[in-house]
Design a protein around this ligand. Sequence first.
Ligand code: AMP
Length: 299
Amino acid sequence: MSLVIVGSVAFDTIRTPWGDREKIVGGSGTYGSLAASYFTHPRVVGVVGRDFPRKTLAFLRSRGIDLAGLKVKAGKTFHWEGKYEDDPNRRTTLRTELNVFADFRPEVPASYRGSRIVYLANLNPEHHPFVLKQFRKPALVAMDTIRLWIDTKREALLEELGRVDIFFANDEEARLITGEMNLVSAGKALVALGPSLVLLKKGEHGALVFGRDFVFGVPAHPCEHVIDPTGAGDSFAGGFLGYLDKTRSLTGRDVHRAAVYGSVMASFAIEDFGIGRFLSLDRDLVEARFRQFRKMTAF
Ligand code: AMP
């Protein structure tokens, strides 16, 4: 089993109408690897500063996450600040302090090079070739992106979309990349750009999964008290890819189940600030919620 996640390991400051948190642990690599850790032993490539809490690193290790590719550098950890209004699907970035992430050139340790699945989370698309050439022959390459790269690195982003197998995007990103307002048209347009699987996340409305000759929808868990939506997208991707790494197969049934596990992991991530919910989450609770999804959608 081998899933590598290249992404940010960060401090986040979160502002919501129901409470604020200063400098709590977040980051796409953190959420993605935690969500994946319920299915496989994910490997992380990233960088933190010396100010990053050791006890969080110990917690990640205790979940079976391999941190051989996480560098600890002199300086401060990446810090992002975001604000949510009443609608948890909308957020504004208030601050991005790159710190040690500014000159992050992801180096893949020798022990990761034969990995099967590589997930490039929120990475500058210009850095993808440098990262991918360090792997021998991954069976699946997945990526997602953020508005920053759509606005500033559009050409590189489109080129990378032509190379990857799986693309995760939210509704806003899909519309911005394709110019299509209708999400079904946007999903199809993204598949036409290259990836054989496109997962369009729609926040509390679930996700749409597009393949070359199919489309299906996955609901979100009906959650009345969203505490902190941060990390839902990364947890979805982590759950999805973690499950695919575990099954080692890509049949329609596996992709369906992987998408439901993605939605399950996202639903847990939003139940507490930061990575709080993962501290007490076990595999039985994950399976119980998977069964709830099945009941909710069977007819
Ligand atoms: P999500 O809510 O799943 O879309 O992702 C939220 C995470 O993305 C937060 O924990 C942030 O630390 C991280 N993040 C925000 N901006 C960036 C960026 N420019 N590069 C990498 N990670 C970022």
